[in-house]
Design a protein around this ligand. Structure first.
Ligand code: NAD
Length: 312
């Protein structure tokens, strides 16, 4: 199947694609290839109505990753184009990254590194005092694939209590994992030392964490967002960090990406910003690439997609 790979993928996944599909990769693809495309693999490439209109033979958009907000799903559906994603491929990498960011914020690792680089006069300066995760309370906003893994890993490693706010999560999953399901977001925000956000960006989750929600958090709490930038109001987070109303925050997804080096949040000492890097492990990249290819191969063999986002 003629497949355009519109964003870079891992070399091992590219080999896997070459063995199975007729591909043009991101280094060689030109807009003149669009009309012959039957399949595309995309990471962040914007699959707009205008792009799809240039691909009259397109049958499948295989997303390398989870979030499909770079794809006009309604238009794909109207054109009978299947959209698939690879939701299991990167969840462990993102969950481990949440924990890396939580430990980094709690122990001020980046801040300590920056201080060493600038030159220090004595060891263990007071402003680098952090806190342990052991026996603390973790608040999960969103208990899907990533949220669940974050909770189980933190509970197993640090004996944390785990509070959950997810109106769609079943009580039985929480019981099975030993998590406490909360009716209200406010309870999770008020009681947790680590709050981790793992929700999709929807009209309900846009600005889910704004000035009111931030004001409910403990002063010794850390906020981690690896979901989508617009879920947190960045201006309100900046104000809260400037006023030391939070211990720290880490964001892997910004409202505008790639994030500008002039972003005001980057001037806060108690803030860590990363460039949508949570899923960026070799392990996940290989899985995302090969699983996207597998979805196209399934379509060629008239098999059901494993992870279909849009069914025409
Ligand atoms: P998922 O679909 O498995 O889980 C999302 C959870 O959010 C679901 O349980 C859902 O019920 C819950 N939810 C929806 N609306 C909610 C609301 N208003 N309040 C509380 N909970 C709500 O998704 P996932 O695989 O866990 O991924 C979560 C998000 O992480 C993705 O949507 C994507 O945006 C982001 N992501 C980021 C990276 C990265 O590199 N940083 C990588 C993968 C995914």
């Amino acid at each position: 199947m003629k497949t355009l790979i519109l964003d870079p993928i891992d070399s091992e996944a590219l080999e896997y694609a070459i063995e199975r599909l007729d591909i043009v990769d991101w280094r060689n693809v030109e807009s003149k290839d669009y009309p012959i495309a039957e399949a595309v693999i995309v990471r962040t490439f914007k699959m707009t109505k205008e792009i799809m209109d240039q691909m009259p033979n397109l049958k499948i958009i295989a997303k390398h990753g989870v979030g499909v907000d770079n794809i006009d799903l309604d238009y794909a559906k109207s054109k009978g184009i299947i959209v698939t994603n690879t939701p299991q491929a990167n969840m462990n990498s993102v969950a481990e990254f949440v924990i890396a960011l939580a430990l980094n914020c709690a122990r001020k690792v980046t801040m300590a590194h920056n201080m060493v680089k600038e030159g220090i006069e004595k060891n263990s300066p007071f402003e680098l005092a952090g806190f342990e995760l052991q026996n603390k309370t973790v608040g999960l906003i969103g208990l899907g694939r990533i949220g669940t893994l974050v909770g189980t890993k933190l509970k197993a490693a640090f004996n944390t209590k785990v509070l959950v706010y997810d109106p769609y999560a079943s009580e039985s999953i929480c019981e099975k994992e030993g998590f406490v399901k909360c009716e209200h977001l406010d309870q999770v925000l008020k009681e947790s030392e680590i709050v981790s956000v793992s929700v999709p960006l929807t009209k309900d989750t846009e600005n889910l964490i704004s000035v009111r929600e931030l004001s409910l958090m403990k002063e010794n709490a850390v906020l981690i967002n690896t979901s989508r930038g617009k879920v947190i109001n960045e201006k309100d987070l900046y104000d809260a960090l400037q006023q030391n109303k939070l211990f720290g925050a880490a964001i892997d997804a910004f409202a505008e990406e790639p994030v500008s080096k002039e972003h005001p949040l980057l001037t806060c000492n108690n803030f860590i910003g990363t460039p949508h890097n949570g899923a960026n492990t070799r392990d996940a990249l290989i899985r995302m690439g090969t699983e996207a290819v597998d979805e196209i191969v399934r379509l060629m063999s008239n098999e059901e997609s494993l992870n279909r986002v849009v069914m025409s």
